[in-house]
Design a protein. Structure first.
Length: 291
């Protein structure tokens, strides 16, 4: 057996082991690989950065558990950014398969880090079925779509919601979306009601949103784990005290980058071994000559 055939025939279990080590190592020892930010992510960050305590951001959890690894870090980073700047947040969920749990989980993780009060600094409206119908209803009156918050308290009794009646009081609406819900925010809430919209989407869904972004129907787009890591990087650069907390997606990108590098190396080696073994077969055929 030739050297090329011996190396090319490596036991695939060694490949799996190397990938496992490459995925585990950045988790145990953060590598901090550089992350370049894109204009679509920076546009949303700068919009939130321009807000103050008088402004309100609406954050809609339009995804379920299967998209959580990519979208949870976005939600946490945006909430941290808002609470750091004193921006008030209206949270809701429009995705039926786990959306309410995603929203509550993110609030539970982040609100404990800040001195914020539910009802004044943020409000969680809960889940409402109907997507487009709910979006349309909120344009007229949010309390008509959500008469009570997730605790059962009437919105008219909540200090924050006494100031926020509809989209005119919302600085930007951010949809963290899977499926088509993000598109509803762009082609209904923005196009029909003029509400400023941004979307955070899974990596596989992100390309379709660039059409809306270029058409001016969205001001920003966070695409997949990379988009979340970019937002975390901007947040950590602007607020060094948040650096240790805003690193979930950045650590995930270390893992993704290392594993992708390992896969690329094996693809290149596989092609090299194929070319070498083919050359050896050609030379062997030439030595034998015609029969």
């Amino acid at each position: 057996m030739s050297d090329a055939q011996q190396v090319g025939g490596i036991d695939r279990r060694w490949v799996y082991l190397l990938v496992a080590v490459g995925a585990l190592l950045p988790v145990l020892i953060p590598m901090g690989l550089p992350i370049l930010t894109t204009p679509a992510v920076e546009a949303l960050f700068q919009r939130v950065e321009s807000f103050g305590p008088q402004d309100v951001l609406m954050l809609s959890f339009d995804y379920g558990p299967s998209s959580a690894p990519e979208l949870d870090p976005m939600a946490d980073a945006i909430l941290r950014h808002c609470f750091t700047r004193g921006v008030r947040v209206v949270v809701l969920a429009l995705f039926p398969l786990g959306g309410p749990n995603m929203a509550q989980g993110s609030l539970d993780r982040v609100t404990g880090e800040f001195s914020v009060e539910e009802g004044r600094d943020f409000v969680y409206l809960g889940y409402k079925d109907g997507a487009q119908a709910v979006m349309r209803r909120m344009a007229e009156d949010i309390s008509a779509a959500f008469p009570r918050d997730h605790r059962g308290i009437p919105l008219k009794e909540i200090p924050l919601m006494q100031e926020v009646r509809g989209y005119p009081q919302i600085g930007v609406a951010v949809s963290l979306a899977t499926g088509i819900l993000g598109e509803y925010w762009a082609n209904l809430v923005n196009a029909q009601f003029g509400q400023t919209v941004a979307v955070g989407a899974t990596a596989v869904s992100a390309p379709k949103y660039y059409t809306y972004l270029k058409a001016g129907q969205m001001i920003g787009l966070l695409g997949g784990l990379k988009g979340a890591a970019e937002y975390e990087e901007l947040l950590a650069s602007a607020y060094p005290e948040l650096r240790d907390r805003a690193r979930v997606a950045r650590r995930g990108m270390d893992v993704q980058s290392i594993v992708h590098l390992i896969i690329i190396v094996f693809i290149l080696l596989g092609n090299v071994f194929y070319v070498l073994s083919r050359s050896e077969r050609t030379r062997a055929g030439g030595r034998l000559g015609p029969r």
